[in-house]
Design a protein. Structure first.
Length: 112
């Protein structure tokens, strides 16, 4: 279908006027053409939910511990230790999120 554009309106070959698509909509269309979304089985959905729950607990556990350490460092006035603990918190959160995404991808694409 050939389209002519003018401003924010599009006229298609049947001279129907439609709104121009946003960059987001165009990007999503391209993405869907490249890799069609796959349907997940009930077992896959359940496993993904379990992974989310397990990793949310791991992250929360580390945050609780490290926030306690942060509080102690702040009370002592140890700015260097405080900064290191903040960096460690961010690093561990990213590590767990990365692990989670890897495991979720394995569940979504079991043959790869």
């Amino acid at each position: 279908m050939e389209e002519k554009t003018a401003g924010a309106l599009i006229w298609d070959e049947e001279n129907k006027i439609t709104m121009m698509k946003s960059a987001y909509e165009l990007a999503m269309e391209r993405l869907n053409k490249q890799s069609a979304p796959t349907k997940l089985t009930a077992a896959q959905k359940k496993e993904l939910a379990e992974l989310d729950s397990r990793y949310a607990a791991k992250i929360a556990e580390r945050e609780i511990f490290l926030k306690g350490e942060l509080k102690q460092a702040a009370e002592k006035g140890d700015a260097e230790a405080y900064v290191q603990l903040e960096k460690q918190l961010v690093s561990e959160r990213r590590k767990f999120q990365g692990e989670l995404e890897e495991k979720k991808e394995k569940v979504r694409t079991p043959g790869k």
